[in-house]
Design a protein around this ligand. Structure first.
Ligand code: SAH
Length: 291
């Protein structure tokens, strides 16, 4: 090809672009911003559109929670800008990131904003998209696998199961002001059999107290999944009553789940099974009841 857009050594990147072409996926055009989810960690959990955007972008602004191994597929001359929080270091202000996205698009760059999980789930993706809309910058949103679903799946915990929960509530434990969000915790405790908590390490004591006060049993199953979907993933199964204590030993990022569905891990910890753990095929003790 006379005008091959990629250097010859970037076979993997070319493969990502070819794959996108074969499936007639849209191209990341100059002057556009794509807000894409990278998934919770395992690079295999990025979408084809996300991969295509990584391989095409002139500039990638990526978050701490987006696995930067994916950036290996970026163009060699792509500008890779870290726009996340580092421990103890102030994160770039949200307005600065939005301003930067607008400025780069106006310079006619192909801009990728790569976020952990799904960009629209507790990720401020909507704020950035609104800033683009206000500036009349064309954008596309590429959903991703959110930690509260995919991360739990890697822990062998399904977010729903018809024998345990017909509903699930996703909650952030951290409001914009850093405090516990002013939710109706009693209504949540009573109305939703399964609760999935993001960003809850700092306020887990308070959350647990509110749930128990509203009538949730302290014996209810609960789990904390740290670094979900990474090789270093760590799962701690406990009870609601012990959850705050267990959280103290858990590192960020961590996703919390409270509900009977946690029991299913005994039968569904497929990662554990790969390293020899014996699965219980009847974790809810249904078959033995029937017999
Ligand atoms: N947009 C992201 C969430 C961003 S909020 C998503 O859809 O997943 C950041 C919170 O997400 C963290 O505090 C943590 O609760 C959760 N999280 C993200 N990645 C995680 C991971 N690999 N393991 C555990 N929790 C994770």
């Amino acid at each position: 090809m006379a005008n091959a857009p990629f250097p010859l050594h970037s076979a993997e990147r070319v493969a990502a672009v070819r794959l996108a072409e074969a499936l007639a996926l849209p191209a990341l055009e100059k002057g556009w911003v794509w807000l894409a989810g990278a998934g919770p960690g395992d690079p295999g959990l990025v979408t084809l559109l996300g991969l295509h955007a990584i391989a095409s972008a002139d500039v990638i602004l990526y978050d701490a929670l987006a696995n930067d191994a994916l950036l290996k597929l970026a163009r060699p001359n792509a500008d890779l800008i870290y726009a996340g929080k580092r421990r103890g270091v102030r994160s770039p202000a949200q307005e600065d990131i939005s301003r930067k996205l607008v400025a780069l698009a106006r310079k006619n760059k192909r801009v990728l904003r790569l976020k952990g999980g799904d960009p629209f789930v507790f990720g401020r993706g909507a704020e950035e998209a609104l800033a683009l809309a206000r500036a009349s910058i064309p954008f596309r949103v590429v959903p991703g696998i959110t930690a509260g679903i995919g991360g739990l799946a890697y822990a062998g915990i399904p977010v729903t199961h018809r024998d345990t929960n017909h509903a699930v509530t996703f909650i952030t434990g951290h409001g914009a002001d850093g405090k516990l969000p002013a939710l109706d915790w009693a209504a949540i405790a009573q109305g939703s059999p399964t609760l999935v908590l993001y960003m809850a390490l700092a306020h887990i004591d308070e959350i647990v107290a509110k749930l128990i006060e509203a009538g949730r049993a302290s014996s209810e199953p609960a789990a904390v999944v740290s670094d979900a979907t990474f090789d270093r993933q760590n799962v701690r199964v406990t009870t609601l009553g012990e959850l705050a204590h267990v959280a103290k030993e858990s590192s960020a990022p961590a996703i919390f789940v409270i509900g009977e569905n946690v029991k299913l891990r005994e039968g569904l910890d497929w990662l554990g099974a790969m390293s020899g753990k014996l699965l219980n095929p009847d974790p809810l003790e249904r078959l033995s009841d029937a017999g």
